[in-house]
Design a protein around this ligand. Structure first.
Ligand code: DC
Length: 223
């Protein structure tokens, strides 16, 4: 199986690029952030403080996260059978997801599901620790990033489109706080794998980005 790992901070365009690539290559796109978001959503619904490690761990036995794919190839995330693909995109859930993702037991809980997907399929998997922890043998690893300002602007426009009431300043501050939290945590920090290709896409279009990754795949004889 061919495994492509795409890691990087939030708003770097990982999911947009990975989705487009997966469609072109007929690979399965696995959005691991959606899995952490599902656990974040369940935590909020349960009225549990996501910083309360023991309380979050106690919720795990009642959580089942599964992925399914629509006819158009789009990933759907199911939380105990309920399609939460839309609900997990709410801005507040980002903070819950970031907080629960710091808990080692939560990461272990999702690890097998992520590895199994990559064992059974050609995948493009995006997240924070895919190249370093989940798929250390991936044939291609990309660490995708862009300036905080470029990422905040993209995310702001995305949330506006969804009708959410946010300001650019607020999003920039949240992105910087979340970057810091994701980068400095003890388990699986969001850092590049040693053999990752570093890709700064601040000034790239989605098409340029996709084309660049395709050229890397061709160079490596993977496509
Ligand atoms: O990619 P995203 O913004 O949907 O991810 C939500 C949160 O989940 C993010 O703050 C970091 C965390 N995450 C993680 O720790 N490891 C992953 N592989 C993917 C996401």
């Amino acid at each position: 199986m061919i495994n492509i790992a795409i890691d990087g901070p939030s708003g770097a365009g990982k999911s947009t690029v990975a989705k487009a690539l997966a469609r072109e290559l007929s690979f399965i796109y696995v959005d691991t952030g959606a899995m952490y978001r599902s656990i974040g959503l369940h935590t909020r619904r349960a009225g549990v403080d996501p910083a309360d490690k023991e309380a979050v761990i106690a919720l795990l036995p009642e959580i089942a996260v599964t992925l399914s794919y629509g006819e158009d190839g789009a990933q759907h995330v199911l939380l105990n059978g309920e399609d939460v693909s839309f609900a997990i995109r709410e801005n507040e859930i980002s903070l819950y997801a970031s907080a629960v993702s710091k808990i080692p037991e939560v990461r272990t809980f999702l690890l097998a599901l992520q590895r199994d997907m990559a064992k059974a399929n050609n995948v493009i998997m995006d997240g924070r620790d895919i190249g370093t922890v989940i798929l250390p043998d991936a044939q291609l690893k990309i660490f995708m990033f862009a300036s905080p300002e470029a990422r905040a602007k993209r995310r702001y426009l995305e949330l506006l489109e969804k009708g959410q009431d946010v300001t650019l300043e607020q999003i920039l501050a949240e992105i910087e706080a979340r970057d810091e939290q994701d980068r400095t945590r003890e388990v699986a920090p969001a850092v590049p794998a040693e053999d990752a290709v570093m890709l700064d896409n601040s000034d790239m279009t989605i098409e340029e980005n996709v084309a660049y990754i395709r050229s890397l795949l061709e160079e490596r004889g993977l496509h």
